[in-house]
Design a protein around this ligand. Structure first.
Ligand SMILES: NC(=O)c1ccc[n+]([C@@H]2O[C@H](COP(=O)([O-])OP(=O)(O)OC[C@H]3O[C@@H](n4cnc5c(N)ncnc54)[C@H](O)[C@@H]3O)[C@@H](O)[C@H]2O)c1
Length: 443
């Protein structure tokens, strides 16, 4: 293992949202990086300096580091095995049937890599996994690697947010190093030397605690979102205003403002599957308190989607059949083209099931959505999407939508009715332009 003064050579396994961002950032820190993915199209695109997904600030940095020769891509595990002093594992851990995490990609990647590990190296898991995964993975890899016990393993969970991925990777709030040896800590300190010089704390702990930090952070954030959305239900039935409530709560430093935005709730490739995975783990461990807490958090979150459909039905006079609905925003959140478990896409499906004609606009996520929901109508502009609409639904809070001129939009719709499920539009301005405005969580 390289614990000398020279920079360790960094391999990244899995070049998706997390892995590609990590590879680019590692290269930008000055490391020589080789990234691998089983998706050869993704690898070809990345090698040409093109990001295979939308992430602000990523593509210029990718191109810069590819051109500088610091960042290369491959589909060969033999190349990666021989190259890396440190192997960051960033493959997907999606939700399996029943809610638990599907570790098959992790096992496939480690099984493909292990036979090529013939000299001392450190495997560093970044994927989000159930507690206990890392230690079992270490035994599995050592059993198959020619280097045997000279292969070490650490868990360094990732906290990046899509839409802010580069900044979050380069300057996270903290590093978490789950380790079994001091040598692993030294190597991780070498890899992250530049950000660590900025006084970002590195918290060293055992493997199990490191795995738990990630899933419990996501469980806490999801709980906070579902808490304010449960309060939104109370507000809707009492005439109170959840936006003002959240604002007032957030001023309390013990509570804080972040993740207290009322609305349609969370989606995406992480929070929903991570809380379901953690729930399954807790149930298997017999920790019913966590399992039932997370079950409630998930149920509150999903109920917001149904609430929007109920509001849509009410807004068009009782039945959605044949009604023209326009959905603004399809990505699971703004500044991303990720549609995994997108609340908006889920609602589009529910509207279509009830017979509505669904026309959609999103600044970047429409190609991804069209691949799995070709039945929806995709429009190049908000105005085109809204032509003849009986109802507009604001479901992803892109800045572009906050800037819409409601008076101009009123000229193209059939009915001036809007549901703001993200509490992002200026209701007063829309009402002044003659719109009937319903805001999720507001009376
Ligand atoms: N996306 C995020 O914001 C984020 C943040 C923190 C943690 N995570 C975690 O990171 C992990 C990856 O998430 P993601 O969003 O990047 O997923 P992703 O689906 O975008 O990327 C996963 C990549 O792994 C590749 N892959 C699958 N099997 C492979 C194999 N055997 N060998 C090599 N590559 C393989 C896939 O082709 C894909 O490109 C998950 O555990 C997720 O929970 C994601």
């Amino acid at each position: 293992m390289n614990t000398t003064g020279t920079l360790p050579r960094v391999a990244v396994i899995g070049a998706g949202y997390l892995g590609l961002t990590h590879a680019v950032c590692m290269a930008d820190l000055g490391h020589e990086v080789l990234a691998i993915d089983v998706d050869s199209q993704k690898i070809a695109k990345a090698a040409a300096g093109e990001a295979p997904f939308f992430e602000p600030a990523l593509e210029p940095l990718l191109r810069k580091n590819v051109e500088a020769g610091r960042l290369r891509f491959t589909t060969s595990f033999a190349d990666v095995g021989h190259f890396g002093d440190v192997h960051f594992v960033c493959v997907g851990t999606p939700q399996a049937d029943g809610g638990a995490a599907d570790l098959s990609y992790l096992h496939a990647a480690s099984d493909a890599l292990a036979p090529h590990l013939s000299s001392p190296c450190l495997i560093v898991g970044k994927s989000t996994v159930p507690v206990g995964t890392a230690r079992a993975l270490l035994a599995r890899i050592r059993g198959a690697a020619p280097a045997g016990d000279d292969v070490d393993l650490a868990w360094n969970p990732e906290f990046l947010r899509e839409g802010h991925a580069v900044q979050d990777s380069l300057t996270p709030d903290r590093f978490v190093f789950g380790v079994t040896s001091e040598q692993a800590v030294q190597l991780l300190r070498q890899v992250y030397a530049r950000p660590l010089a900025l006084d970002i704390p590195a918290l060293v702990m055992d493997l199990e605690t490191a795995e738990l930090v990630k899933v419990s952070a996501n469980a806490f954030l999801a709980t906070k979102i579902s808490f304010i959305n449960a309060m939104a239900e109370v507000c809707e039935t009492t005439g109170a205003d959840v936006v003002r409530l959240a604002e007032a709560l957030g001023h309390d430093e013990r509570i804080g403002r972040k993740f207290l935005g009322p609305g349609l709730g969370f989606g995406g490739g992480c929070l929903p599957k991570d809380i379901r995975g953690f729930r399954a783990t807790a149930a298997a461990l017999g920790v019913d308190s966590v399992a039932s807490l997370l079950g409630t958090v998930d149920a509150i979150n999903m109920s917001r989607r149904e609430r929007v459909v109920v509001m849509a039905r009410e807004a068009v006079g009782g039945s959605l059949a044949g009604k023209r609905t326009t959905v603004l925003g399809i990505a699971f959140k703004p500044n991303s083209d990720d549609i995994r478990d997108s609340p908006s896409l889920d609602i589009c499906g529910r509207l279509a099931t009830e017979g509505a004609i669904v026309s959609v606009h999103d600044p970047v996520a429409m190609p991804n959505a069209a691949r799995i929901r070709p039945d929806l109508q995709y429009a190049a502009s908000v105005f085109e999407a809204a032509k003849g609409a009986d109802l507009i639904l604001h479901l992803t809070d892109w800045a572009d939508y906050r800037a819409i001129d409601p008076a101009a939009l009123a000229m193209v719709v059939a009915q001036r009715a809007v549901i703001d499920a993200r509490c992002g539009l200026d209701a007063g301005v829309w009402q002044n332009a003659g719109w009937s405005v319903r805001v999720l969580g507001r009376p």
